[in-house]
Design a protein. Structure first.
Length: 127
């Protein structure tokens, strides 16, 4: 059975049309995914912006408390540690559990002798 040139040309054009349609659908799908990703990125940026504004504007005590102290650490940060201010400038990184074991406040002085003793004992024993 022989295929004429016109039949061959017609079949080739049909295949080309199918491919073109598939590529257009694929491009539309990619465009939709890009739009969705852009929408999610914009939403994430809005949330971050709101969170930053909320922390700085609606919680002045928290943000001002963090700005009160500069840090000059005696030791290096390690996983599971928290910075403990032994005074307004100096910091000792101690395990989180130890840091939360004694209720303390640098501003009022409550519990500072006990936690500082623990912090310096940890510091000198870890050296």
């Amino acid at each position: 059975m022989e295929i004429s040139f016109d039949e061959y040309k017609n079949a080739f054009e049909q295949i080309a049309e199918r491919r073109k349609k598939i590529y257009q659908e694929y491009d539309n799908l990619l465009a939709e995914r890009r739009d969705e990703q852009e929408r999610l990125d914009n939403r994430r940026d809005e949330i971050r912006s709101y969170t930053t504004r909320y922390a700085n504007v609606h919680h002045p005590l928290i943000s001002s408390h963090r700005d009160d102290f500069e840090s000059a650490p005696y030791n290096l940060y390690f996983d599971g540690s928290e910075a403990h201010h032994v005074d307004e400038r100096h910091v000792v990184y101690i395990p989180r559990k130890m840091h939360h074991s004694v209720r303390h406040s640098l501003k009022t002085g409550e519990g500072m002798n006990e936690i500082n003793k623990l912090a310096f004992d940890y510091l000198f024993n870890s050296l």
